[in-house]
Structures are given as C-alpha cells and as structure tokens.
Design a protein around this ligand. Structure first.
Ligand SMILES: NC(=O)c1ccc[n+]([C@@H]2O[C@H](COP(=O)([O-])OP(=O)(O)OC[C@H]3O[C@@H](n4cnc5c(N)ncnc54)[C@H](OP(=O)(O)O)[C@@H]3O)[C@@H](O)[C@H]2O)c1
Length: 371
C-alpha cells in the first residue's frame, strides 16, 4: 500500500511527466534522425569495428566503469570476448586458447565487491578464458578514485603490463531520485581512446547556465521536488560537451594526437537505471517503451558502446547512436564551443578545489597518526 501511494504521488509530479513525455520524444527524434540519414544519404555515417591493438609486446587493456550491471556489464562481456571475432592481426594466431591469452584485458570498476564478483562469475560462465579484473571504486569520491588510480598502476606494474590504458569507458551513471552530498568526481584517462556513455535525453535542454555552482550540482531548489530528470539531462549534456571539448583539446591545432574521445548513446535500455524510482513506475515505463518498440536489452544497448570502443583509431569527437556503427549529430547546444569552454573551466576549478581538500585531508591524517 505504501509503495502504491509513493508511486501515485510520484506520477503526479511534473518531473515524472517531463521524463515520460520528453524523453520518449527525444528518443524518437534520435531514431528519426537515423531514418532520415538513411533516406537522404546513400552512405550512412557508420564506422566498422577494428580489433584492439598491442603496444609492442604488451597486451592492450580497457577500463570500464559501472560494470556491475546493465550496459556496463554487457559491454565488459562483449569486450572480453572481442579477441575471438577480431580478424586482422589476431587471425595469424592459431588456436583459440592462444587467441584468448592474447586478447585485451578488461578492468571492471564498480562500487560493490560482491556485485563485481558476481559479474566476473557471470562473464566466466559464458567465456571461461576471459581476462577480467575487478576494482572497487566509488566514482563520487575523489579519494576513492585516486586510490583506484594508485592500485591500478601498481597492479599493472606488478603484472608486467603496459602502464597506460588503451580504452577507458566512462559508463557509470545513475538516475538519482534525490539530492545528496557527494565527494567530488574526477577521471584521469591515459591512453588512446575514451568512450563516454551519454544519453538522448540531452536533447531536452535548449538553454543552460554553466558555472561552478551548476556543474557541482549546488543549485537552490525552487520546488520541494528534486528535479531528477533535469539533473540527469544536464549531466548527460555536460558529458557530451566535455567529450567534444576534450577531443578539441587533443586534436586542435595538432591533428596528430593519438588519443581519441567518443560519446556513445545506448538508447533506451532495460537496466537498473530507474532503481531509485518507485518500482511500479519503472515497470510501467519499460512496458510503454516496449510497446512503442523503443526498448532494448543490455546486450543490444551495449552495441553502440562497443561500436565506439572499436571504431577505427582516427575516429574522434563523434556521437554513436543506434548500433551498427552508426553516428548522429547530437543537439546544437551540446556542440556549442563557448559553453564547452565554460564547462571546462568550471570543472577544472572544481577539480583543483577537490584535490586541495584531498591533499589537506591526507596531511591532517598523517599528522594525526604521528601524534
Ligand atoms: N538504461 C538506459 O536506458 C540508458 C539510456 C541512455 C544512457 N544510459 C547510460 O548508461 C550508463 C549505464 O547505465 P545502465 O542503464 O546500465 O544502469 P545500471 O544498470 O543502473 O548500471 C549503472 C552502473 O553504474 C554504477 N555506478 C553508479 N554510480 C556509481 C558510482 N558513484 N561509483 C561507481 N559506480 C557507480 C552502478 O554501480 P552499483 O551497482 O554499485 O550501483 C552500476 O554498475 C549510465 O551512464 C546511463 O546514464 C542508460
């Protein structure tokens, strides 16, 4: 009864209707763009998948965040078996066992060690030779990220691996139903490709204010209800702008840079993404999307992420949507260079502030231990 009451009061909020109507429209709009591309141009914007490459004698490696469920878990599984299907240079290696040994290694990052072990068990059940390691990290904690960076570097050195990451998939994300205080988040990618998992919901924003306050999520709520759909759309828009800006910083004016940055949008996928909403609401949403033919399984949703991860090395600064290697134009706002520069500066300030706090906490702890 309490659950039904909660669901009813949720359905009566503006946020629910914003999510239900506008997100469906922006998803339909993305598929319409794909359709229009096919009708108008004989050649769709699609890229083939390329096998992962070795660095000298070292195996190429990939880090994927949020791999304990949904799209991240499906992508980790797909990448772990990618060695089988990769032809070109892998095809010179004879038996399957050898292929697996030579395949790139996937590092899965999640918050719960229990869920991570479950995920690895699941991957090993389907692909017993898969090379998957698990690291426990809370990406909302700056300290946890720095700790992860250190343990990953140490692990790579101890295991005689190359100390750079060839593929980083920033997939972790959630649809938070309420405001919470978190420690600041930060990613420090090293390597040749960064894939940021974004969403069609960014299309719902036509005008945004970007400064340190809005980027940090410190806003003053005008209504009692947490604007969860707006915050989600904003975070995905920021991730897209960040992807394009990072691409520009790497590639302009010098185009010889070997690091590529790609945004991938899985579309609507049946995962735990709505875990914080009343369960009957998320069930209803999935049923409605299924009836409209817009809902995909995690395996289908992961395909645009894998397309982005394995696109030809020179591909950068693009937005993958719809699988089959297809790309689209994201919204005009997401491609606004001035806003992206503002976002970069604000994030940079926040990063430096967080680092300062972290360093201070570390020094204080050292002093306390000495005393
Ligand atoms: N599902 C969709 O329809 C859809 C559509 C477009 C884009 N996306 C995007 O796809 C990505 C994956 O979502 P999903 O649908 O697969 O949802 P999901 O099943 O809920 O998976 C989210 C993953 O992110 C992890 N995560 C969340 N916050 C984290 C944190 N602070 N630190 C570390 N890990 C954290 C979760 O770990 P825990 O298990 O520890 O919570 C979980 O592994 C998200 O970025 C989402 O925005 C999803």
């Amino acid at each position: 009864m309490r659950e039904v009451k909660k669901a009813l009061s949720f359905i009566l909020t503006l946020e629910f209707w914003r999510m239900g109507i506008f997100w469906t429209l922006s998803l339909a709009m993305s598929y319409f763009q794909l359709f229009w591309q096919r009708v108008c141009t004989k050649k769709p914007n699609a890229y083939p998948r390329c096998p992962p490459r070795r660095i000298g004698t070292k195996k190429p490696i990939c880090v994927i965040t949020g791999a304990t469920s949904g799209i991240g878990a499906a992508a980790a599984y797909d990448l772990s078996k990618e060695g089988f299907s990769c032809c070109s240079w892998y095809s010179i290696l004879p038996p399957v066992q050898k292929l697996v040994a030579e395949t790139h290694i996937v590092y899965a990052v999640g918050r719960s060690s229990q869920l991570l072990s479950k995920m690895i068990e699941w991957i090993h059940k389907q692909n017993k030779d898969a090379r998957v390691e698990a690291f426990e990290v809370d990406l909302s904690s700056f300290q946890s990220i720095l700790k992860f960076k250190d343990s990953l570097e140490k692990w790579l050195l101890d295991s005689d691996m190359h100390v750079s990451i060839q593929l980083l998939i920033n997939n972790a994300g959630m649809l938070a139903a309420s405001h919470r205080l978190t420690e600041e988040g930060y990613d420090h990618p090293v390597g040749s490709r960064i894939v940021n998992v974004t969403s069609f919901t960014h299309r719902n924003l036509f005008n945004v204010q970007i400064d340190k306050e809005t980027v940090a999520g410190k806003y003053l709520p005008r209504s009692k209800q947490y604007p969860f759909s707006h915050i989600y759309e904003f975070s995905k828009l920021c991730l897209l702008m960040f992807s394009y800006e990072l691409h520009r910083q790497f590639h302009w004016p010098d185009e010889s840079c070997k690091v590529s940055v790609i945004a991938a949008d899985p579309g609507a996928v049946e995962t735990n993404i709505m875990r914080e909403l009343p369960s009957c609401v998320s069930h209803m949403a999935f049923i409605a999307l299924k009836l409209l033919g817009l809902l995909q399984s995690p395996e289908e949703g992961a395909s645009s992420v894998i397309d982005a991860a394995l696109a030809p090395p020179e591909i950068s600064g693009v937005y993958f949507f719809g699988g089959k290697g297809r790309t689209l134009n994201s919204s005009a706002l997401s491609r606004n260079i001035r806003l992206a520069e503002k976002l970069w500066r604000s994030s940079d300030d926040l990063f430096l502030e967080s680092k300062l706090i972290c360093d201070r906490t570390y020094t204080d702890t050292l002093h306390e231990l000495k005393d």
